[in-house]
Write a protein of this length. Structure first.
Length: 70
């Protein structure tokens, strides 16, 4: 009996975890894209003020990436 309850619980929970992984992959892809955009802008040149903003954005995105993408 306990085994059946466990199996039903696992089967019901699995789609929720699969959906979360898909959302994480999409979020990670967006973060990676934005990091790439920032690096491209840095290579193209920028003012000192813009450089500070880019650095802050990059740090924030890298922190999000560490938390969300492993």
């Amino acid at each position: 009996m306990d085994r059946r309850i466990f199996l039903v619980t696992v089967l019901l929970a699995a789609p929720a975890f699969a959906g979360r992984r898909s959302e994480n992959r999409e979020q990670c892809a967006r973060i990676d894209q934005r990091l790439g955009d920032i690096e491209a802008e840095r290579r193209a040149g920028y003012t000192a003020k813009r450089g500070r903003k880019l650095q802050a954005q990059r740090q924030k995105l890298e922190e999000q990436r560490r938390k969300s993408c492993g």
